[in-house]
Each structure stands twice: as structure tokens, then as C-alpha cells.
Ligand binder design. Structure first.
Ligand code: UD1
Ligand code: UDP
Length: 365
């Protein structure tokens, strides 16, 4: 049996780890320990996803909670090290680009355990993003690098990573989407919120560069003040964003907007149902750029760059600068186009990425 520790910690990790846990079980060659670092801990940022996606309960929760980057990363490392020493795995598998990813990756390689990185090679080339640092460093120490799109293969080649270690397998986040699309259709969230298909927009925001900077956040909110005159906006609010809205002048502004529906962070199935039926999505999320590509829903990404360029070249995604005018211009272009937009499914985004990952590790081990 191949002894593997699978790591998850933050919301997007749960969505990526779900199909991997299932594929390891089906493959039959794996003995797996699931470790939750506790980076995200609210019910609706964590447990809800285990319920919605049928992920087994974590064997161990390190319960690190929130903190500065240094404190959080160090605390995860301190608590993860004895787990690795006790379990003596052949592999530690990490996903994505959050602090839990790099923290557990570092612990693994320093204990001489092979490191597997799922979603390797993505680059925004913007080192002011904490995620970019986490990506570059995790890739530099990984033994097997599973890539979602061709740009990732190209980036790793340019960085001199041995091509033997790099495998283009597709996208586990899309495995989860395709496996849950039917279930999400049964969600009653539209009725509950009084929404009609294709007549509303979905908003998510949580990048520090957008929501910790009150000036930028105000420009975004000013655009919403115009958009909500024409279209309802559904906004499940990330805890970081909630903390930034609370108590300030932005709180009064958002509360005054009748057609801006502020919600708690949504569960996966409700959120997938909301996205699938939306006229457009406005976001700064990484994963949502990919999901809207598969759903064919126009996506405005409020960022200067993206580490996921295939969502623009093949998908429905576009980058929008953070000014009120740019946001409104982009919104109007999408509205004017109506249903007339073309897109295609990126290579290997076929629901089988996790199966490929399990097969490759089984053959390697
Ligand atoms: C983290 C990831 C980011 C990812 C995002 C997904 C890093 C550096 N950032 O950002 O890449 O896109 O998760 O959602 O790893 N909080 C709660 N409850 C929770 C979790 C967080 O209240 O369950 C609050 C705390 O005040 C915390 C803040 O949100 O300080 C930020 O949480 P943190 O995990 O540090 O970063 P995110 O912004 O969530
Ligand atoms: N998501 C969700 N509920 C929400 C917002 C997002 O289920 O209220 C899902 C979304 O569909 C995607 C993932 O969370 O699968 C993306 O996570 P997030 O945007 O927090 O992180 P990022 O992808 O930016 O790292």
C-alpha cells in the first residue's frame, strides 16, 4: 500500500481534495490520512463542504486558525511535523496555493518525504500576491507536479523543472464541478432568494489587494451602486471581506442597496446553482474563473493578472481593472452581447484528473 497524507486547509482546497480522496479509494493501492490544517474553520467555510461533497471527515485537524502569514505558516509547520513523523508516509500531497500548501510541503521535504503538488505551474508573475509566493516555492520543492493547463507546463519548463516530474492531468476542481452539476440543479437557492435564471449577477471578493484597500473596495462598490439599478447582485461575503465592510462607511452603502443581496458564504451546491444560472459573475477568485469557463457564464475578474490564462483564451473570463468606469464598461459590454459568446472546454478538463493522478502516483510508488 502507498501511504499518503492528503492536506487541505482552506475553502478551495476542500473542493480540490474531494475527487482525489475518492480516486485514491477507488484505485485501491492507497492508505490515506486526511489532514485538515484548520486554516479555515467557520462552518460555512469548512464543514459545509465536507457534507456537500461527501469528503471523509479529516483524520486529524491541526486547528491552527487565523494569524499573520508568518504565524499561520509556522504554526501549521509545527503541528504538521509530528503527524508526518508518526504516519511515515511515502507521499505528502498538497493542493493549490494557500499557506497550508507551502507549510505542509516544506515539512514533508525536510523529513525526506516525497511531495506531490496538485495545480502546479500556475503563475500570475505578481509577487505581491501571497499565493504566487506559495506557488513558486511549493513547485520548487515538489517531486511530482500535476498541472491543469498548458501554461503551467510552459512555466515549469522555463523555470528549469525536470520535465519527468511534470504531468499535465487536467483540473480536479472541474472534476468536482462535473460530478456535482446534477445535484446542484436540485438546489432551491434561486426560489429561496427570489431570483430568476439569467436575470442576476453573482459577486465574490476576497483578495487582500481588493478588499483590504478601502479606496479600491470603494471603487468596486460604486460600480455595484450602478449595476444594481439594472440587475440583482447576489454576494456571498467571505469572512475577510465581511470584516472590512463592518462598521465603516461601506457598511452603510452596501446596506442601502436594495438589489445587492449580501449572504453568508454559500455551500458548494447552492453556489454552483447560483453560478450556473447567473447572467454574469464578478469575482477575484482563482477557482471561479475556471468554473465559469466550464459553465459558459461570462466572468469579470477584478484583477490586473491571472495565473489561469486558459480561462481567457478559451473560456468566458476577462480581466477588469479596478476602476468604477472599467467595471461598468465591462458589465455593459457583456450585457450588450447577451448570450452571444463563444468558449471551448480546455484540454483534459473532463472530470478525470483525479483518476489520472491516482494512476500516476500508484505507478511511481
Ligand atoms: C485564503 C488564501 C487564499 C484563498 C482564500 C480562499 C492564503 C495566503 N490565502 O485567503 O489564497 O484564495 O483563502 O478563500 O493562504 N476568517 C474567518 N473564518 C474562517 C477563515 C478566515 O473569520 O473560517 C477570517 C479571519 O479574520 C482571517 C481572515 O478571514 O484572518 C483571512 O483568512 P486567511 O485564511 O488568512 O486568508 P483568506 O483571505 O481566507
Ligand atoms: N465557493 C463556494 N461558496 C461561496 C464562494 C465560493 O462554494 O460562497 C466555491 C467556488 O465555487 C470555488 C471555490 O469556492 O469552488 C473557490 O474558493 P475561493 O474563491 O474562496 O478561493 P480561490 O479559488 O480564490 O483560492
Amino acid at each position: 500500500m502507498i501511504r499518503t497524507i492528503c492536506v487541505c486547509g482552506a475553502r478551495p482546497n476542500f473542493i480540490k481534495i474531494a475527487p482525489i480522496m475518492r480516486a485514491f479509494e477507488t484505485n485501491g493501492n492507497f492508505q490515506t490520512l486526511l489532514v485538515h490544517t484548520g486554516q479555515h474553520y467557520d462552518e460555512n467555510m469548512s464543514r459545509l463542504f465536507f457534507d456537500d461533497l461527501g469528503i471523509p471527515r479529516p483524520d486529524i485537524n491541526l486547528e491552527v486558525g487565523s494569524g499573520s502569514h508568518a504565524v499561520q505558516t509556522a504554526e501549521i509547520m509545527k503541528r504538521f511535523e509530528p503527524v508526518v513523523s508518526d504516519f511515515e508516509p511515502d507521499y505528502v500531497l498538497v493542493v493549490g496555493d494557500v499557506n497550508s500548501t507551502i507549510a505542509c510541503g516544506l515539512v514533508a521535504v525536510k523529513l525526506g518525504v516525497k511531495l506531490v503538488h496538485v495545480e502546479a505551474g500556475l503563475r500570475s508573475f505578481d509577487r505581491t500576491m501571497p499565493e504566487e509566493i506559495n506557488r513558486v516555492l511549493t513547485d520548487a520543492i515538489s517531486d511530482l507536479l500535476f498541472v491543469t493547463e498548458q501554461s503551467g507546463v510552459d512555466n515549469l519548463r522555463k523555470e528549469g523543472v525536470d520535465s519527468e516530474k511534470v504531468r499535465f492531468v487536467g483540473n480536479v476542481m472541474i472534476d468536482t464541478l462535473l460530478a456535482n452539476r446534477e445535484k446542484a440543479r436540485k438546489s432551491k437557492v434561486l426560489q429561496k432568494l427570489g431570483l430568476s435564471p439569467k436575470e442576476y449577477g453573482v459577486v465574490t471578493l476576497h483578495r487582500p489587494s481588493n478588499v483590504d484597500d478601502i479606496d479600491k473596495f470603494s471603487r468596486i462598490i460604486a460600480a455595484f451602486e450602478e449595476i444594481e439599478k439594472e440587475m440583482k447582485l447576489v454576494f456571498p461575503v467571505h469572512p475577510r471581506t465581511r470584516d472590512n465592510i463592518k462598521g465603516g462607511k461601506l457598511e452603510r452603502k452596501v446596506e442601502a442597496m436594495e438589489n445587492l443581496l449580501l449572504l453568508e458564504p454559500a455551500g458548494y451546491l447552492d453556489f454552483l446553482c447560483l453560478m450556473s444560472n447567473a447572467a454574469l459573475v464578478i469575482t477575484d477568485s482563482g477557482g471561479i474563473q475556471e468554473e465559469t469557463t466550464i459553465l459558459g457564464v461570462p466572468c469579470m475578474t477584478l484583477r490586473k493578472n491571472t495565473e489561469r490564462p486558459v480561462t481567457i483564451t478559451q473560456g468566458t473570463n476577462r480581466l477588469v481593472q479596478i476602476t468604477t468606469d472599467d467595471i461598468l464598461k465591462s458589465y455593459r459590454e457583456i450585457r450588450a452581447r447577451g448570450k452571444d459568446h463563444t468558449y471551448s472546454v480546455p484540454k483534459l478538463w473532463d472530470g478525470k484528473a483525479a483518476e489520472r493522478i491516482a494512476r500516476i502516483i500508484a505507478a511511481d510508488g
